[in-house]
Design a protein around this ligand. Structure first.
Ligand SMILES: *Cc1c(COP(=O)(O)O)cnc(C)c1O
Length: 394
């Protein structure tokens, strides 16, 4: 069972944080382990996932995408149908409930595109917890709609003006806040990144995707799928759908990163495909770095994948070869966005569009009797103005 007691996935993970945070991480680790062994807590998470989020999300066949790819039969795990339009709510809701159980009265979070910020603002509104979201000022400008969604649900959005004014800087500020506020505050990290126990805890909370998917495959297809494909930013939707299949050696697991506009430094966000081990935001993992070991600038058309690191468990899955990692470029994702909308009547998130591109390539090389599942991590309504701009329509 990974991670070990020190939060290590093979050599990756761990805790590279200032001493002031070690006690808080220990407290969180203890609280989480107690909660996950408590039927009342698990029952409450389960009830909210059903009644508030609308789970289980459907597993549906994609007939026209299947015909287009011309290989494996393609199925869709519909996380886009979850409340707020993406998988992030699964983790936000469960962590907010854990914070309440720990007696914390305030929640802080970082957000890039604003999707995690909206999910945590939603959960905090539902439970009546004070919510404070750190966001780079560059992202605040680019993501006006999500900033308003957070504010309308009562969250405070704090603009971060340091560094590149994006997600990485917002994360630094949130960690700084937590160092001075751990007494009454819980920090909700939005992906399977950060110091132990976050990568384990977020994976566990997102694993509801894979558990449902596995049971739905057995029920609707009559057997396990031959391949499962997900996009990889920090890696939470991927870890969530992969984890329950990891011991099923017949199931290929494929993660698709953001290949951006080129393979040159600063032009992509493919940490596993093109990065090297390093420390970022409290854990050891594959990171995009410059020649001096400094975190590199990144680019992706999709704000949710625009992050220089990735979860430590994915780094371990890469080295142990349990998961295959590939990259899709901005152009390939943009094409997949339009193709999927036309063929299936579902406008996917730009993040998800990377997985769709990868899935078409993988499915095409598989026999027709085989099956492949795409994790549709989110809906694309949030991306339509950006896509219009990229297509030169606005
Ligand atoms: C945030 C986001 C992602 C990327 O984050 P992961 O932690 O890698 O899942 C992917 N898809 C959608 C819709 C997102 O909002």
């Amino acid at each position: 069972m990974v991670p070990d007691a020190a939060g290590r996935f093979g050599p990756y993970g761990g805790r590279y944080v200032p001493e002031t945070l070690l006690a808080a991480l220990d407290e969180l680790d203890r609280a989480y382990r107690a909660a996950r062994a408590d039927a009342a807590f698990l029952g409450e998470v389960d009830r909210l996932l059903r009644e508030f989020v609308g789970r289980p999300t459907q597993l549906t066949h994609a007939p026209r995408l299947t015909a287009h790819a011309g290989g494996a039969s393609i199925w869709l795990k519909r996380e886009d149908l979850a409340h707020t339009g993406a998988h992030k709510i699964n983790n936000a809701l469960a962590q907010a409930l854990l914070a309440k159980r720990m007696g914390k009265t305030r929640i802080i979070a970082e957000t890039g595109a604003g999707q995690h910020g909206v999910a945590i603002a939603t959960a905090c509104a539902r439970f009546g917890i004070e919510c404070c979201v750190y966001m780079g000022s560059e992202d605040v400008r680019r993501q006006k709609l999500n900033v308003f969604r957070m504010k309308v649900m009562g969250a405070t959005v704090i603009e971060v003006d340091s560094g590149s004014k994006t997600l990485k800087d917002a994360t630094n500020e949130a960690m700084r806040d937590w160092m001075g506020s751990v007494g009454n505050t819980h920090y909700v990290i939005g992906s399977v990144v950060g110091p132990h126990p976050f990568p384990m805890m977020v994976r566990d909370f997102q694993s509801v995707i894979g558990r449902e998917c596995r049971a739905q495959c057995l029920e609707k297809i009559g057997r396990l799928p031959d391949a499962v494909v997900a996009c990889i930013g920090g890696g939470s939707n991927g870890a969530g759908i992969f984890a329950p299949f990891v011991d099923d050696k017949s199931v290929r697991l494929i993660g698709v990163e953001a290949g951006g506009r080129a393979n040159t430094p600063g032009d992509h966000a493919a940490a596993l495909t093109l990065g090297a081990p390093g420390v970022l935001h409290g854990s050891l993992s594959y990171v995009l770095q410059d020649g001096f070991g400094q975190t590199a600038d990144v680019h992706s058309c999709s704000a949710g994948l625009d992050y220089p690191g990735v979860g430590p468990e994915h780094s371990w899955w890469k080295d142990s070869k349990r998961v295959e990692y590939i990259a899709a470029t901005d152009t390939e994702a943009l094409d997949a966005f339009q193709l999927f909308s036309r063929l299936e009547g579902i406008i996917p998130a730009l993040e998800t569009s990377h997985a769709i591109h990868g899935a078409i390539l993988v499915a095409r090389a598989m026999p027709r009797e085989s099956t492949l599942v795409i994790n549709v991590s989110g809906r694309g309504d949030k991306d339509v103005t950006e896509v219009m701009r990229l297509l030169g329509l606005s």
